[in-house]
Design a binder for this molecule. Structure first.
Ligand code: PLP
Length: 403
C-alpha cells in the first residue's frame, strides 16, 4: 500500500508526507492510517506536520489525561531520566515506593503489580484470579474490550479481534453486559467475572443501575473474584477518581493503564485489602514499575488531585452530554447519546468513519470511533472549556445538518 493511497482514503489532497510514507512501508501493518502526521502538542491541542492545529478529543486513546506537553510532567520526566530509568523489581526504588503509596490513597486498593500497558494489567489479573481461586473459567461481557495479547484477547468480545487468533483460552465465556440472569450458575466455578464499569471500545455504555452491585453479590456467594477493568474509565475520566465509585461497589481486582503515567507506558493491577499477594516468581516484568514511569505516575496522580480533575470531568461531561442530548434528540442520524464524565459516545444510524474524517479535515477536531457506528470523545481532562464547547457545537451542527 502506498502513502498516496492512504492519504487518498482520508480524502486529503496533501502531498505525500514522509513519515506516513515510511510508516506505510516499514510498519507491520497493524493500523489504518488516518492520513495525519502529528508532530507536537500543547494541552488539548495537536499540530500536524503541515502546521494545522486540532482540538484533541482522541487524547492518545485516553492516555494523554493531562494533555500534551504538561510542564510538570515534562519536568518530572527530564529529572528522573537524568537520575535513574531502570530498576528491576527485585531492587526497591524511591519513585516506585512513592507511586505505590499514591495509588493506594487514590484507589483505596492495597497492593499493586506494575506493568507497561492495559493488556498486561489484564493478563496479570487473569493469572492472579486463576492462581488464587484454583479455578480456570473466566466470565466476561459481550461488547467488553480488555486488550489484544492472547489472555486479554480471550476475554475481549468483538470477534474481529479474536477469531483470526483462535483457539484462545477455552474457558472464557461472554455474557450479556448489564444482565444478571443466569450468572449465578456460571459464577459458581469461575475464577473471575471481568467487567468495565463503562464499556469503552464497545460503544460507551455505562453499567445499568444495580448491575455492579449484583455482580458483587454473586461473586461473594461463590468465592469468585470480581475484576473491574478501569483502564479507560479510571483516574478521573468519568467524573470520580475511579468509575466504580459512581455505583459504590468495590472490586477484588482493578486494572489500570492508559493515563496512569500521562502517556508514558504504564499499567497496574490493584488488589484489594485482604487478598494474598502473588507468590514470588509467579509473575514479573522487565520494565514494570520502572522509575521513569513511576515518577511520571506520581506527578499525574498529584496533578489529578491538586487540579480536581475528576470534578472537572464531571462538570464538563454533564454539560456536554446535556447539550448533545437536548440538541440531538430529534436528529435523524443519531440513535443515542451516552457517556459519563469525559467519556462521551454518540451512536449514529450510519458508520462513524465519514463524520470523523470531516471533523478532522474541515473542523480541526480529532475524535475516535467506539465500534463502527459510535463516535467517541476522549479528550484530555484538562481540555479548555471553550474548546470542548466548540467541539460540541460543531457536532450538533453537523449531526443536525445531516453531515
Ligand atoms: N481494557 C480497556 C477497557 C481498554 O479500553 C483497553 C484499551 O483500549 C485495554 C484494556 C488495553 O489496553 P492497552 O491498549 O494499553 O493494552
Amino acid at each position: 500500500m502506498t502513502a498516496g493511497r492512504i492519504l487518498g482514503e482520508e480524502g486529503r489532497t496533501a502531498v505525500e508526507d514522509p513519515a506516513q510514507a515510511t510508516e506505510a512501508r516499514r510498519g507491520a501493518g497493524a493500523y489504518r492510517s488516518r492520513g495525519i502526521t502529528l508532530v507536537r502538542g500543547e494541552g488539548a491541542w495537536l499540530w500536524d506536520s503541515e502546521g494545522r492545529r486540532y482540538v484533541d478529543c482522541v487524547g492518545g486513546q485516553g492516555a494523554a489525561i493531562l494533555g500534551h506537553g504538561h510542564p510538570r510532567l515534562a519536568e518530572t520526566l527530564a529529572r528522573q531520566a537524568a537520575r535513574l530509568i531502570s530498576c528491576p523489581g527485585s531492587f526497591a526504588n524511591d519513585a516506585r515506593g512513592a507511586v505505590y503509596e499514591r495509588l493506594a490513597a487514590f484507589t483505596g486498593m492495597a497492593r499493586f503489580f506494575l506493568c507497561n500497558s492495559g493488556t498486561e494489567a489484564v493478563e496479570a489479573a487473569l493469572k492472579y484470579a486463576r492462581w488464587s481461586t484454583g479455578r480456570s473459567r473466566l466470565v466476561a461481557c459481550m461488547r467488553g474490550f480488555h486488550g489484544r495479547t492472547m489472555g486479554s484477547l480471550s476475554v475481549t468480545w468483538d470477534r474481529h479481534y479474536r477469531e483470526p487468533f483462535a483457539p484462545l483460552v477455552p474457558d472464557a465465556e461472554h455474557v450479556p453486559f448489564g444482565r444478571l440472569e443466569g450468572l449465578d450458575e456460571l459464577a459458581r466455578d469461575a475464577a473471575a467475572i471481568l467487567v468495565e464499569p463503562v464499556q469503552g471500545e464497545g460503544g460507551v455504555r455505562p453499567a445499568p443501575a444495580g448491575y455492579l452491585a449484583g455482580l458483587r453479590e454473586i461473586c461473594d456467594r461463590h468465592g469468585t473474584l470480581l475484576i473491574f477493568d478501569e483502564i479507560q474509565t479510571g483516574l478521573g475520566r468519568t467524573g470520580r477518581p475511579m468509575a466504580a465509585e459512581h455505583w459504590g461497589v468495590q472490586a477484588d481486582l482493578v486494572t489500570l493503564g492508559k493515563g496512569l503515567a500521562g502517556g508514558v507506558p504504564m499499567g497496574a493491577l490493584a488488589l484489594r485489602e485482604g487478598l494474598e499477594p502473588f507468590p514470588v516468581g509467579a509473575h514479573g516484568s522487565t520494565f514494570g514499575g520502572n522509575p521513569l514511569a513511576a515518577a511520571a505516575a506520581v506527578t499525574v496522580l498529584e496533578v489529578i488531585e491538586a487540579d480536581r480533575l475528576p470534578q472537572r470531568a464531571r462538570r464538563l461531561g454533564e454539560e456536554a452530554l446535556a447539550t448533545l442530548r437536548r440538541e440531538l434528540q430529534s436528529a435523524p442520524q443519531v440513535r443515542e447519546v451516552r457517556g459519563l464524565g469525559l467519556l462521551i459516545g454518540i451512536e449514529l444510524r450510519s458508520k462513524a468513519g465519514p463524520l470523523l474524517q470531516r471533523l478532522a479535515a474541515e473542523d480541526g477536531i480529532l475524535a475516535l470511533p467506539a465500534g463502527p457506528t459510535v463516535l467517541r470523545l476522549l479528550p484530555p481532562l484538562v481540555i479548555a472549556e471553550d474548546d470542548l464547547r466548540r467541539v460540541i457545537e460543531r457536532l450538533v451542527v453537523r449531526l443536525r445538518g445531516g453531515a
